[in-house]
Design a protein around this ligand. Sequence first.
Ligand SMILES: [Zn+2]
Ligand SMILES: [Zn+2]
Length: 370
Amino acid sequence: MTLQYRAAVLHTAQTPLSVETVTAAKLKPTDVLVRVRAAGLCHTDLEVIEGSLRYPTPIVLGHEAAGVVEQVGPAARGVKVGDHVVLSWNPHCGQCFYCDRDLPILCEEYLGAGPKARAFDGESRAALADGRELGQLMFMGAFAEYCIVTDQQAIPVSKQIPFDRACLIGCGVMTGVGAALNLGAIAHGDTVMVVGCGAVGLAAVQGARLAGAGAIIAVDLDPAKLALALRIGATLGVDASKDDVVAAAKRQAGGRGVDVVIESAGSASAFRVTTEAVRPGGQVIWLGKINVNKDVSFRWGSLMQEKRIRRVSYGNARPRRDFPLLARAYLDGALMLDELISRRITLEQINDGFDALKRGETIRSVIAFD
Ligand SMILES: [Zn+2]
Ligand SMILES: [Zn+2]
């Protein structure tokens, strides 16, 4: 029996997504069929829609999702039918140069296969009604009622966490909390500055809190986002449209600059501010991204004095370890996720959701499937 389901398809960049009925391929041995219950709208999806990040089309976007396992292939490991899962977008081979060096995010197979927008084995797992093969972003394609992923990507979590909150763990929350917790950058009592308070920045604020930061300075241009940052753990909000961010950093940290700066704004000016605001010997962590062909300028003096700069994707995630812990932290009240959801929408409202994200009106819109 072939499975048919509704999916939001991007046929061409810079055109709206079209919700249509598509057909799933047969499960391969290590495949997992997930009934998607919630999926978050992330900036990376928007970049693909706008064409600044290029992928072959037609394609189903969506890479921040949670759902229920409906079927597993005979060789799938670590997951079973009925499990509630959060999906990881970083499957990796486990045996290449970078996997051997404990950098799954740089896995050569992952980076080689990713741009093709197929499943991790390079083949399509869904087709349009006319039979054309359908791509899936980040081996996932979660803006759909179902998606087929490889077993590594389907991470069981507690059944108590609601799907709309669980899905956030799969990208934005992992990226922000992981940057603060998984690199060992923040020592107890440190002063931490987070530049940019979207979903990732608000997660980083919480990661800094969980890491035991003494003071957390949130920086944004939007007073509403700053207010939210203060609610979830920031101790000071700095409005970069009015205040001098570097002066505020120095003022809060004995004139030296802050111990750790986490950037999650994705602008050249934000990158520049990070190296000015950090103290000598302090640590800068960049999470945001801009066009890869663009230059960023720094004052040379701001890069000196033993400062350490790291660029991190996906919060140095080890999903099988981290996702269940983050779900548990939510259930224990230590990690606030309800606050990150601005809107719950249907699959049919997905284009409005991306318009709102583009206008900066939302932290996260989450598609909630019935
Ligand atoms: Zn994302
Ligand atoms: Zn590898």
